[in-house]
Design a binder for this molecule. Structure first.
Ligand SMILES: NC(=O)c1ccc[n+]([C@@H]2O[C@H](COP(=O)([O-])OP(=O)(O)OC[C@H]3O[C@@H](n4cnc5c(N)ncnc54)[C@H](OP(=O)(O)O)[C@@H]3O)[C@@H](O)[C@H]2O)c1
Length: 274
């Protein structure tokens, strides 16, 4: 089985490389394959049995002032891959295609309603991938060993600050990128029907809840993390307040949904500590 990973130098891309170590894999970093280039994409996809697209513009706030550039990667880049790979493509997307007004886990077929430019570009990509018969795996609140992320930031700040104020009014499923990488590879090996799947941990918490869990895991006092509200941290891009995604579609796919976020964090901690 031949695999192609795009965006292989990113946080998820590097974990995909670890999971697929020893297999027949082409792991293409941005320098090796720019997904905006349709000819290069066609050549790279040629001969691959499974293509996992981990390439993305992930600067959510930056996308507000550079929507065209973000969509060139997240929308049109995904379309280039979809046209070349069709049902062989597994494309990674985001909870930010939703507006966060739901109050129960969001089903795979819920209507997209992005609140920000990044989400709009990712929605363009999803539509192209699904139209070409590929699969979309939406994830959210990713953290991992490689690259900056919330969990590592909390560990770093814990060393220099007595207390931290962290927002407690956004709810989501903290998800370890390595666990997601394992699930994406399992999906690639399976005979699951193409379409939309949700690659997020089970359960949910707030950013404040996650920060307190990180402190507890590190043997620190969780009460050093104080709850605050999003209006104290106004950022250029609006964020959904509810990002909990349903996992119903994994049933019968032959691929397991991800385990709960809290035990996942415990398992991830050894590779996250600075
Ligand atoms: N991180 C999260 O919390 C989160 C949440 C929801 C969904 N997601 C999705 O999960 C996926 C993986 O995210 P991540 O956290 O691993 O992001 P990441 O660390 O930023 O990795 C993205 C990779 O894509 C590369 N890239 C950018 N433009 C490219 C292009 N034109 N052609 C090829 N590669 C390009 C980047 O290279 P450079 O670094 O050289 O630019 C980087 O290596 C993305 O689809 C993202 O939208 C992430």
């Amino acid at each position: 089985m031949r695999w192609l990973i795009t965006g292989a130098g990113g946080m998820l891309g590097r974990d995909l490389q670890t999971v697929l170590h020893g297999q027949n894999v082409v792991a293409a970093t941005r320098a090796e394959l720019d997904v905006r280039d349709p000819d290069a994409v066609r050549d790279a996809v040629d001969g691959a049995d499974v293509v996992i697209n981990a390439a993305a513009w992930t600067d959510v706030d930056g996308a507000e002032t550079s929507e065209e550039a973000a969509t060139a990667i997240n929308g049109h880049g995904a379309r280039n891959l979809a046209l070349a790979a069709g049902k062989r493509l597994i494309h990674v997307s985001t909870d930010y295609v939703f507006d966060g007004t739901a109050t129960t886990p969001i089903p795979e077929d819920a209507r997209r309603a992005p609140l920000n430019a990044y989400g709009r570009g990712k929605a363009v990509g999803e539509e192209a991938v699904l139209a070409a018969g590929g699969s979309v795996v939406r994830t959210a609140w990713l953290y991992g060993e490689h690259g900056p992320n919330f969990v590592r930031t909390m560990l770093r700040l814990a060393a220099t600050r007595d207390t931290l104020d962290v927002v407690d009014d956004q709810e989501g499923p903290p998800t370890w990128s390595y666990a997601l990488a394992q699930q994406l590879v399992a999906l690639g090996r399976s005979s699951a029907a193409p379409g939309i799947y949700h690659g997020t941990a089970a359960g949910s918490t707030t950013w404040c809840g996650l920060a307190r869990a990180v402190f507890a895991e590190a043997g620190l006092d969780p009460s050093r993390v104080r709850a605050t509200t999003s209006d104290r941290f106004v950022r250029p891009a609006r964020r959904p307040s509810y990002s909990v995604l349903s996992h119903a579609r994994w049933a019968g796919s032959g691929v397991a949904p991800l385990r709960d976020w809290r035990s996942m964090l415990t398992q991830a901690m050894p590779v996250l500590r600075p």
